[in-house]
Design a protein around this ligand. Structure first.
Ligand code: F6R
Length: 253
């Protein structure tokens, strides 16, 4: 696991942008795994900038979302397909038909989850998986105490995650869906490389558990310690509970 500490959230976006843009430039047919939430927003802004100035295009690329809420109206602005449309489709060259998201509207969520898992497998796993991390250590919506080898499935969101995400739903936890379809930890493990980003003090405990804790279902992200190619980029606040943090790379992009 390569851990890089940067001074600020802006620097996080810049460095992650540099690393990802190089990967896309080297392989325009790249298959990306894309997270939603606040953390990757500065990274997606870098991709749009690089598309605007002609450095890269995702025209030939595919993108697979990590997760989707179950039960939101199809046109709900916080549905993750709609979020990713706004962030990436067109503005980075990504085509609508190459944006893959689990079908949170399906009458048969179990079948929808299996289809999604199969679609990722058909590409041999994603090339670069972008990840955020929940304050409780979730990646995707794999909440604590689930299987470390889970596959795409319907899952319940914890109160903690629903409270954290209420900011996207008029600050009311009651508006936040209770369930989602999410890639499993075993699905994420099939990615060829992963880029996990975290900023802010509220992520510090989860980051310490991810990087230095025992591998445990209590902190789902800790399973990434077994992944062969993970880069973790965190700001100073998110790094604040790491032991011996002077050992890690510090980069000022
Ligand atoms: C989103 C996702 C989640 C988020 C995590 C952090 O697709 O899978 O794991 O990455 O909840 O969210 P933010 O970045 O909003 O703090």
């Amino acid at each position: 696991m390569r851990v890089i500490i940067v001074p600020t959230r802006e620097a996080l976006g810049e460095l992650a942008g540099k690393l990802l843009i190089a990967r896309i430039a080297a392989n325009p047919r790249i298959v990306l795994g894309v997270a939603t939430g606040s953390t990757p927003e500065p990274l997606y802004a870098q991709l749009r900038k690089a598309y605007d100035d002609g450095t890269i295009s995702l025209e030939q690329a595919h993108a697979f979302a990590l997760d989707e809420y179950v039960g939101l109206a199809e046109d709900h602005p916080e549905g993750y397909r709609n979020v990713l449309r706004r962030e990436l489709v067109g503005s980075t060259g990504l085509k609508e038909e190459n944006l893959h998201t689990p079908n949170g509207h399906s009458d048969d969520p179990r079948a929808a989850a299996e289809e999604y898992e199969a679609a990722i497998a058909a590409f041999g796993g994603v090339d670069v998986q972008i990840l955020g991390i929940g304050a409780n250590g979730h990646i995707g919506f794999n909440e604590p105490y689930g299987s470390l080898n889970s596959r795409t499935r319907m899952a319940a969101l914890t109160e903690k995650t629903r409270a954290d995400n209420a900011r996207f739903f008029d600050n009311s936890i009651d508006n936040v869906p209770t369930h989602c379809l999410t890639q499993g930890l075993g699905t994420i493990a099939t990615s060829k490389s992963a880029l996990l980003l975290a900023n802010g003090k509220n992520k510090a405990e989860a980051v310490a558990a991810l990087v230095q804790g025992p591998v445990t279902a209590q902190w789902p992200a800790s399973v990434l310690q077994f992944h062969e190619d993970v880069t973790v980029i965190v700001d100073e606040d998110a790094a604040s509970l790491l032991e011996m943090s002077d050992l890690f790379e510090r980069v000022q992009p």
